[in-house]
Design a protein around this ligand. Structure first.
Ligand code: BDR
Ligand code: CA
Length: 315
């Protein structure tokens, strides 16, 4: 089997946790590193959560590293502390202390740079949090840029935002970083709110996950139920969107995603629009397409794939 080499940069986060589970377990994915950034919580908490998920899964052969504690230019924006504060202990899972996965001492930005520089082939970069780590790595060592096969990211919106009317959370947390990434010249797949807000953990999905009845599915159910409960307090949506696994499933089943090439620019000057992903169809050569923006997803097939992974590849 030809494995897909990836670096997963994330801010767990309940939905990031589900993305990590799938990336760790799927035999077609070669997860080279898990790098954490501030976002859903402080970087101290998000890296702790990433380590705890690996510990629970018994995954101890993947480097985990803490990255950017702050955005590149502006002050940190942090509001959505769902799941970040307490970590997985709150679900009652026993975390084996002796085999606890620990973050490595290297900064995530250095780890990303080292891995890409040392790799013979290209690596796909999957980002399910703010883009600070990737942007810093690109500035630290621009030679990594051509080694990135593609950047598959959760973030942005060609419609409304979810933090401000203009901006989506991951982009809003560090718009300058997003600007660096969207200008890098490598293929980008942007999976924004038009899709991720429709990837809903409905009671039917939670029940179908429950039926799988293995340890990993139980973890997934706990995370979804917890996220659903908290989401009711902060969101207008009836069911909770599990945004981030959409990036991992894209790598496995791109054919179920419908994309349109667009020119995406990040608004950095107009305060009221700050962090908007301005998406335009590439009508003129002065603004060529720099991203494939996902405009539709076969949601039934998406959930079939998630449930199949939990059933076939998890214990
Ligand atoms: C994104 O924001 C975060 O809170 C989620 O983890 C997801 O990556 C959705 O806007
Ligand atoms: Ca996230």
């Amino acid at each position: 089997m030809n494995k897909i080499p990836i670096i997963l940069d994330c801010d767990p986060g309940c939905d990031d946790a589900l993305a990590i589970i799938i990336a760790c377990r799927h035999p077609a994915i070669d997860l080279r590193a898990l790098t954490a950034t501030m976002g859903n919580s402080t970087v101290e908490k998000t890296v702790k959560n990433a380590c705890q998920i690996c510990t629970l899964l018994g995954v101890n052969n993947i480097p985990v590293a803490a990255g950017m504690a702050q955005p590149i230019i502006r002050k940190p924006y942090q509001e959505n502390y769902v799941f970040g504060e307490l970590g997985l202990e709150q679900f009652g899972f026993k975390l084996p202390v002796k085999k606890a996965v620990k973050p490595e001492p290297r900064h995530a930005v250095n780890l990303i740079s080292d891995l890409l520089m040392a790799s013979k082939g290209e690596i796909s970069f999957v980002a399910t949090g703010p883009l600070s780590n990737l942007a810093m790595a690109m500035r630290l060592e621009p030679q990594i840029i051509p080694k990135i096969k593609q950047i598959v990211l959760i973030g942005g919106s060609y419609e409304q935002g979810n933090v401000t009317p203009a901006a989506e959370f991951n982009i809003y947390c560090d718009p300058e970083a997003a600007h660096i990434v969207f200008s890098c010249g490598r293929p980008i797949v942007m999976i924004g709110l038009a899709i991720t807000e429709k990837v809903l953990a409905t009671p039917e999905i939670i029940m179908a996950t429950q039926k799988i009845n293995n340890q990993t599915a139980k973890i997934a159910v706990s995370i979804m139920e917890f996220f659903a409960k908290n989401n009711q307090m902060i969101s207008h949506l009836k069911f909770v969107p599990v945004y981030d696994p959409a990036a991992i499933v894209y790598l496995l089943k791109p054919e179920i995603y419908k994309v349109k090439p667009m020119h995406v620019e990040i608004e950095l000057k107009d305060e009221s629009e700050y962090g908007r992903t301005k998406c335009e169809l590439p009508v003129s050569s002065s603004k060529p397409a720099n991203a494939a923006v996902v405009i539709d997803l076969e949601f039934g097939k998406f959930w079939d794939e998630i449930l199949r992974i939990l059933k076939d590849y998890c214990e």
